[in-house]
Design a protein around this ligand. Structure first.
Ligand code: SF4
Length: 221
């Protein structure tokens, strides 16, 4: 039989057996998985796993667990010690990381160049004006963007003036998108870290899955 440990099961087992401290550490996870492995029965393992997950979702909730209705209350470490609210401890908020995304608006015969992000990772599979994350000083943005585009699109791009910028708050990041005018010499685009690129009429942008920040920024350009 194979145990199943999701976020709900983590919480239930931690409370039942008094696993204190962060549940994210390897030691805590080893203990939780050890408990889950010991508990899962030979028969009806699936039902058991589902019941634990349901218990976590419906009764042993992160806040105000309904211990009075819980069938495990008599043997629960957290209930006996009145520590339900401290197990697991609230996660410390992760400080947001500031990011500058530099991109370029290249128009050719009335069409804009758009690039599609890799399917895995942040904002996977969404379309954007091509560019990349800035690593250098703000004063060298044009040079950095030029180098990023040469690498990511495989063609030289001339960078012009700043057209606009937009700030956006993501879960773990402060994102600033800075868009420059640009022109590309003719040549075959060989997207390196993009899935694909297209030239599209501005009126058709609505039909593409754009990142929210990009969609709002494009509307202002
Ligand atoms: S008694 Fe309360 S804290 Fe313990 S498992 Fe049940 S709902 Fe969770």
């Amino acid at each position: 039989p194979v145990p199943l440990v999701d976020g709900n099961v983590n919480r239930v087992l931690a409370r039942l057996f008094g696993v204190r401290g962060s549940l994210q550490t390897p030691a805590a996870q080893k203990r939780i998985w050890g408990l889950a492995t010991r508990l899962v029965p030979e028969r009806s393992a699936g039902d058991f796993n589902q019941a634990l997950m349901d218990l976590g979702a419906l009764l042993c909730t992160p806040k105000n667990p309904d211990c009075a209705a819980c069938p495990l209350r008599d043997g629960c470490w957290a209930k006996i010690h009145g520590r339900q609210e401290q197990i697991p401890p609230p996660r410390r908020p992760v400080p947001k990381k500031p990011i500058r995304y530099l991109c370029v608006r290249i128009e050719r015969r009335g069409k804009l160049l758009l690039a599609r992000r890799p399917f895995s990772g942040l904002l996977g599979g969404l379309w954007e004006l091509p560019g990349g994350e800035a690593a250098g000083a703000a004063a060298d943005e044009a040079t950095e963007l030029q180098a990023l585009l040469k690498k990511r699109l495989g063609i030289p791009v001339r960078i012009g003036k700043l057209l606009g910028s937009r700030k956006q708050t993501l879960t773990h990041r402060w994102l600033e998108i800075r868009c420059f005018a640009g022109s590309a010499a003719s040549g075959t685009i060989r997207p390196e870290s993009y899935v694909e690129t297209i030239w599209t009429e501005p009126e058709r942008l609505g039909g593409l899955g754009l990142t929210t920040g990009m969609r709002k920024l494009l509307a202002t350009l």
